[in-house]
Write a protein that binds this ligand. Structure first.
Ligand SMILES: [Zn+2]
Ligand SMILES: [Zn+2]
Ligand SMILES: [Zn+2]
Length: 416
């Protein structure tokens, strides 16, 4: 038996704390109740029943049956699979496996064929013998798309016609010997904003310098883009947003990211440690992996768009877009998500939790700990004017002016 001290730390809105300590007796290790001769979850505890988990799958006999493949050795994947398994069904790990030939061994016999198919796709394939573009039947077929499902070889004009709804697809040009990279812009594709695809704009105006860059999941694209200045036209940023293109600036935008790439990177940051730079660099490689083609550097713009995108998603998720008073009336902490691990009566605690005997009350206690983040200094900005805050205390970080005022009351302190 061990006596534990449990400290309740209460923090009120004014920042004052009160501390209350209590002591309770519990087993040194809940995993060894038999050795201690005491059942932690005695019947008179009236604790809610715990879910029975299937037997462990890590017994040696099971491992002998199946040869471990890459996925089976992947700890992350196995943990994911275990949490996703439906406990009402037989655990997947216990299913008997038929002895089969290793799939990679099967693939090794096919490797030569696979490699030849890759090489075939580098050439024109069965379009090598097409004399004329299969769509217009007039021009020589010389251009094909790397992103369209069909690898059809068309004339430049038909390729452009084919891509008004996919203006960021990557195309390549057959120069008589091999395919060389080209762009839809080079063959005359212009993106027209402010109208449906089948409508004609009578007042198109090219973007400043006719030099517009779109960052997408398949690369960084130079495009020709027209804004609409018809009498019914919305402002430039709204025209872009309605085309699911996120503008890098509010005034005279010359760069945009597709909603697709912003969403993809946003999700990627939840699940991987890829930095924005690594991601952007990879997009540059998708655009040209030889390093011989100059790609517009829009990294700074990308960082800005990602930051704004996250802020908008947070406000949207918190329902702030539906407040008639507007987002500026969002209160501090209103966008924070309630911690799912903290005990929340009525939400994630079983009924009767508050009648638990004292020795088991720790199960439903709120434990708070303090930690220091020494990397936060990297987020330090020169000034509020140079880098204005977007989320003033709306979620997990306190509002900065109040924080600074609080720090000022302490002054510099020597580290011990
Ligand atoms: Zn054609
Ligand atoms: Zn395409
Ligand atoms: Zn128009």
């Amino acid at each position: 038996m061990t006596r534990f001290r449990h400290t309740n730390l209460d923090l009120d809105r004014g920042g004052s704390t009160s501390v209350r300590s209590s002591y309770f007796t519990a087993l040194a290790s809940p995993e060894r109740p038999t050795a201690q001769g005491i059942d932690l979850f005695e019947i008179d505890d009236e604790l809610p029943a715990l879910v029975d988990v299937g037997p462990d799958s890590d017994n040696e006999q099971d491992q002998d049956k199946a040869v471990a493949c890459d996925a089976e050795l992947d700890v992350q994947y196995q943990q994911h699979k275990t949490t996703m398994v439906d406990l009402a069904k037989e655990p997947l790990a216990n299913k008997p496996k038929e002895p089969t030939e290793n799939v990679n061994k099967q693939w090794l016999r096919e490797r030569e064929v696979f490699l030849r198919q890759l090489l075939r796709l580098d050439g024109r394939g069965h379009y090598a013998h097409e004399g004329l573009c299969p769509v217009c039947d007039k021009e020589k077929p010389t251009v094909r798309c790397e992103d369209c499902h069909d690898r059809v070889l068309l004339c430049p004009g038909c390729t452009v016609d084919h891509h008004y709804s996919n203006p960021t697809h990557r195309v390549e040009y057959w120069n008589g010997t091999y395919f060389e990279p080209t762009t839809l812009k080079a063959h005359g594709l212009r993106i027209q904003l402010g109208h449906a695809l089948d409508e004609h704009c009578v007042n198109p105006v090219p973007s400043p310098g006719d030099d517009f860059i779109i960052v997408d999941t398949n690369g960084i694209h130079a495009v020709s883009l027209n804004f609409c200045v018809c009498t019914t036209a919305q402002k430039d940023t709204i025209q872009l947003l309605r085309a699911r293109l996120y503008p890098a600036t509010v005034k005279s935008p010359q760069t945009a990211a597709t909603f697709n790439v912003l969403e993809f990177f946003h999700l990627l940051t939840f699940d991987s440690k890829a930095s924005a730079f690594e991601f952007y660099h990879a997009l540059g490689r998708r655009t040209d992996n030889t390093g011989t083609v100059e790609i517009s550097d829009r990294y700074e713009e990308f960082l800005r768009m990602v930051r704004q995108w996250r802020n908008l998603k947070m406000l949207k998720r918190a329902g702030r877009g539906h407040d008639p008073e507007g987002v500026d009336t969002t209160k501090e902490g209103q966008c924070a998500v309630l911690c799912p691990a903290c005990p929340q009566p009525g939400k994630n605690l079983p009924q009767g939790w508050d009648a638990t005997p004292e020795k088991s009350q720790f199960l439903f206690s709120l434990f708070l700990a303090e930690d220091a983040n020494f990397r936060m200094v990297r987020k330090k900005v020169s000034s509020e004017a140079a880098n204005p805050t977007m989320s003033a205390g709306l979620s997990y970080f306190v509002e900065i002016s109040k924080y600074r005022a609080h720090l000022a009351t302490y002054g510099d302190q020597k580290e011990v």
